[in-house]
Design a protein around this ligand. Structure first.
Ligand code: HEM
Length: 208
């Protein structure tokens, strides 16, 4: 007898995805809030980030947080990307993405008509959001490297218009990632079952 078929639970998120997801949340939180403090020391736009939501206390402290969490973000991100590619996770969960399906699902979500029956499959809006978020974090890491070592990584910095260009790319990628994460967390709050599934890995089987 296959006990899996009789279990009321279906595994939707493998352990590797859950572990790297939650480590990534901690790393991103530290990177973004310490990054805001670093930005405040020399803003590139005519505004500063309110000090109360930044980390590090002063420029030196913020840089230490940023450089410490950078390793966590990069190593954890590489593990997630390697797992996603080698195991076929990305192909299975994020592919295919078609612009028409993304537009249709975003419109359905705005009208509150998007189905959340089967949590083992990401809808087109989720696929597009997660893929864009992953890409934004890759761009964040690459532009961060260009800002950190603009002389040694001249080629990389040149691709972004030099040191100053890399700072703008870094800021814009951060803003995009923060925006998607805010929408992401709002969607999780609307469908709390997904949070349980990202912690335990399982969702209750839908009876048909
Ligand atoms: C830095 C912030 C975050 C990033 C970059 C991020 C990124 C992602 C990505 C890429 C996925 C898809 C994972 C995969 O299947 O490979 C995902 C799923 C998920 N995330 Fe996040 N996330 C972030 C913050 C959060 C937070 C704060 C929460 C909870 C409040 C959360 C809850 C979830 C849940 C529940 C899912 C599964 C959604 C579902 O099964 O429908 N995430 N996240």
């Amino acid at each position: 007898m296959n006990t899996e078929q009789h279990s009321p639970w279906v595994r939707v998120h493998p352990l590797a995805v859950r572990l790297t997801h939650w480590i990534n949340v901690v790393a991103m939180l530290i990177m973004v809030t310490s990054g805001w403090r670093i930005y405040n020391a020399s803003p590139i736009f005519p505004f500063r980030i309110p000090g109360d939501i930044t980390l590090g206390g002063w420029l030196g402290g913020a840089l230490q947080w940023h450089f410490a969490a950078m390793w966590l973000l990069a190593v954890n991100g590489l593990v997630y990307l390697a797992y996603g590619i080698v195991s076929g996770h990305f192909r299975r969960k994020f592919w295919p993405i078609s612009p028409a399906a993304v537009i249709a699902d975003v419109l359905a979500a705005l009208r509150g008509k998007l189905s959340h029956e089967d949590l083992s499959i990401y809808n087109a809006a989720q696929r597009a959001a997660y893929a864009t978020l992953i890409l934004a974090i890759v761009v964040l890491v690459l532009s961060g490297l260009a800002i950190w070592k603009p002389v040694q990584l001249q080629g990389l910095a040149a691709l972004m218009g030099g040191y100053e260009g890399a700072r703008i790319v870094h800021f814009v990628a951060m803003a995009l990632a923060v925006f998607i994460v805010i929408v992401h967390v709002a969607m999780v709050a609307l469908v709390p079952r997904t949070l349980h599934s990202m912690i335990t890995g399982n969702v209750r089987r839908v009876r048909t």
